[in-house]
Design a protein around this ligand. Structure first.
Ligand code: X90
Length: 276
């Protein structure tokens, strides 16, 4: 099968080995500048610049044309997009699918709305690769990936919800509660793909034990884990150690957040995708 996986940059997955893969970038926009969320961007510098920036900042999803370009000339395409409840990304992918399938009647595109973002999208992309490698046909991959997606989850721990609130992705009231120094908000991607706050934790340590508890509450028994961090490698390592103290054989990987996730998860943020 001549197949390609295409994810948007909120997955923090610039490359995926062993299969045709492309990443379509979202953008971070201010009144003065545009940051394209690709490998060429210095995310650390962007975060510092934006922290000092007094004006408005927001984000923009890829266009239909961006998705089409990423499809290349693949016969079969699977797109993995950030939750359609917070972004127009998935919608643009669906429109690209319609154009592509009309233009090339023998080609097919399956658009997956992750109802999540970051490391949960990584799990989905990696499972797609596994199913394709196993030789399943297009329809079978579609069926099985949708089953898999019912069992994956995303938890987060955030120090600040400011950029989320400023851009209307959570309520201002919720953001205020999180803004207290030393308080972290622990929550999850809800079943409908919105931010659901679950706990307010004093200190990073408390947030981490809460995260591991919540992983277990969501059915985690030692399956795959993917962690993404907002300029917080140390925190990600500490969280992984805590998970390993209870699940020594866990298959886990840590990656830095790209620009989109860094913008919204902000400095210190942790995102955890796992199999339930
Ligand atoms: O289209 C656009 O401009 C992109 C908008 C994206 C808004 C949300 C990004 C969230 C990034 C924050 C913590 C995890 C949230 C889980 C949500 C389901 C990461």
């Amino acid at each position: 099968m001549n197949v390609k996986i295409v994810a948007d940059s909120s997955a923090n997955l610039p490359s995926l080995t062993g299969i045709a893969y492309a990443c379509v970038p979202l953008k971070i926009v201010t009144d003065e500048k545009e940051y394209v969320d690709d490998e060429a961007l210095d995310t650390v510098a962007m975060v510092s610049e934006l922290e000092a920036y007094k004006g408005r900042s927001g984000t923009a999803c890829p266009s239909v044309g961006d998705w089409l370009e990423a499809f290349g000339d693949a016969e079969y395409v699977f797109t993995v997009a950030i939750t359609s409840n917070l972004s127009g990304c998935h919608n643009a992918a669906v429109q690209a699918k319609n154009v592509y399938e009309e233009q090339y009647p023998n080609r097919r595109v399956c658009c997956l709305d992750s109802l999540s973002t970051g490391p949960e999208m990584v799990l989905i992309a990696e499972k797609l690769r596994e199913l394709i490698d196993a030789g399943l046909d297009f329809d079978a991959v579609q069926t099985q990936i949708r089953e898999y997606m019912k069992k994956t989850h995303l938890l987060f721990s955030l120090e600040s919800l400011n950029n989320l609130a400023r851009n209307g992705r959570v309520s201002k009231v919720a953001a205020k509660a999180a803004g207290i120094l030393g308080i972290r908000v622990v929550g999850k991607a809800s079943d409908v793909g919105t931010l659901q706050q679950m706990h307010k934790c004093r200190g990073e340590k408390k947030a981490m034990t809460t995260l591991v508890e919540e992983m277990k509450n969501h059915g985690f028994t030692g399956g795959k884990v993917r962690i993404a961090h907002g300029l917080n490698e140390k925190g990600a390592q500490a969280l992984l150690e805590l998970i390993r103290s209870e699940f020594p054989h866990v298959q886990a990987e840590i990656a830095p957040c790209g620009a989109l996730c860094c913008f919204y998860a902000e400095r210190g943020g942790l995102l955890i995708g796992f199999e339930g």
